[in-house]
Design a protein around this ligand. Structure first.
Ligand SMILES: N[C@@H](CCC(=O)N[C@@H](CS)C(=O)NCC(=O)O)C(=O)O
Length: 233
């Protein structure tokens, strides 16, 4: 089975949640825009792959199936990659967590784009400061506090083995640490169990190999998580 991922080639972004799932599973995928350039995405967004025309990347294609929306993609391939239970209850538990994680990712994005994605960060700095302050004081504790309780004393978020909800939680923690290093340093004392999960994910052979490879793009200020020291309050 050939999997083709279509995502922006110079950022981790939302595509990273998909990349991490494939890397953990050790299932090969082609990161098409990294091989062919970002122009291919323009065509994909016009519907060149067939199927339901995507609004935004990431998009995953396999055979005739073309799926956009990060959570929908993972819901589709999760069980095939061995990263989601096959039964409905377990599969939807993982899907529910992924959707919540994507809500948190969107709020992290909105700390540097609180007014509009179509404006530069520099054009919305005062609003970004206000939004970031509430994000780190209220929203991060609410989201991560929830996941800390859900994880409890278990090893993984759902069931007894790793799922893509766990690789996604790893990525969220990585992103928040990158964007808000000072705030996270203080807050992390409150999420020891999630840090244990982060450690379990980072030491998985597939993930460790990926993180050490050139396939892992460095976080940067065009990305979903951005480090602007003035926002790390
Ligand atoms: N809900 C979608 C959001 C997709 C999305 O916002 N993609 C970004 C890149 S990470 C993008 O290119 N957006 C273009 C836009 O919103 O105009 C998902 O989870 O995949």
């Amino acid at each position: 089975v050939r999997y083709e991922l279509y995502y922006w080639p110079t950022i981790q972004g939302r595509g990273e949640f998909i990349r991490l799932a494939f890397e953990e599973a050790g299932v090969p995928y082609v990161d098409v825009a990294r091989e062919k350039g970002a122009d291919v995405l323009t065509k994909v967004l016009k519907g060149s792959l067939g199927g339901t025309r995507p609004f935004a990347p990431p998009v995953l294609k396999s055979g005739k199936m073309v799926v956009a929306q990060t959570s929908a993609i993972l819901h589709w391939v999760g069980p095939k990659l061995g990263l989601a239970p096959k039964n409905d209850a377990g599969r939807f538990a993982v899907h529910q967590h992924q959707l919540t994680i994507m809500d948190l990712a969107a709020e992290a994005h909105d700390t540097h784009h609180p007014i509009s994605t179509s404006l530069y960060y520099e054009d919305q700095k005062p609003e970004s400061k206000k939004r970031s302050a509430r994000f780190v004081s209220d929203r991060v504790p609410k989201f991560l506090g929830y996941f800390e309780e859900v994880l409890g004393t278990r090893k993984f978020l759902v069931g007894s083995s790793i799922t893509y909800a766990d690789t996604s939680m790893f990525q969220i923690i990585e992103g928040l640490r990158y964007a808000f290093p000072k705030a996270m340093k203080r807050f992390e004392k409150k999420i020891p169990r999630l840090l244990g999960l982060h450690e379990r994910v980072v030491t998985r052979p597939g993930i460790a190999k990926y993180l050490a490879s050139e396939r892992r793009i460095a976080m940067n200020e065009d990305d979903l998580f951005r480090r602007y020291p003035e926002l790390d309050v």
